[in-house]
Write a protein that binds this ligand. Sequence first.
Ligand code: PAF
Length: 280
Amino acid sequence: MQTVKTVQKLREKIHHEKSQGKRIAFVPTMGNLHDGHIALVHKAKSLSDFVVTSIFVNPMQFGQNEDLDSYPRTLDADSDKLIAAGNNLLFTPTPEVIYPQGLERQTQVIVPFVTELHCGASRPGHFTGVSTVVNMLFNMVQPHVAVFGEKDYQQLAVIRKMVKDLQMPVEICGLPTQRANDGLALSSRNGYLSSQERKIAPTLYQTLQQSLQQLKNQTHTPETVAQEAISTLEAAGFSVDYFNIVDSETLQPATVSTKKTTILAAAFLGKTRLIDNISL
Ligand code: PAF
């Protein structure tokens, strides 16, 4: 696996592969790779002839009081995992490469509507940071297909909308959430959990499963499902940011005419913010 740090080197390498007729798949990440990321690389391999993974901790998507500085940077271990997974090219730009004029002067990509609720409401500016950097990375890599995890359900919806609205010639593939044996969604932020919090953390997914069952059985209204779930989570020690029952496509609150329903949840365990989702 070759590692490149500049856009020029990246473009040269990809141009060479494309000139040989190869189909390029792209996996954008912020590093600190776990089995969830590696599953994205395996999926990307199954969809292409040449896989490019990027590792870039994107400052634009972190709020002022968020964990940008403490976000784990584990490049050597990440490289080893990518080599073992059969990744072909690793792109590791610095912030100066991505934002040469600084964040303030950077042109931004704003995706409306789908960003308004849920994480968009709790983390103002977060999705503009995501859509801006993903747009730039797509322009740099110019992949045929890009693979994202469904754990970040709203992020995937934002990227799908950006690609559709801006007529970007890239196929977006979503991969189901990878979980630990006890159901906890794999996430780089799980590493922040204390051993006690780690024991409590699977309650988030268990509660989502329970709520889904209640919706299926039609024993509760969506409002009472959400209220009960929030009480369960708070009793277990979570501080709930949101627990929202939504239309899977629009991410607007589900109504009687909603065809497909998804439950989106975010909750803090101590200082760690966990997100997860489940679909009917
Ligand atoms: O999901 C992530 O790791 C990041 O939001 C992404 C898509 C790599 C953009 O920085």
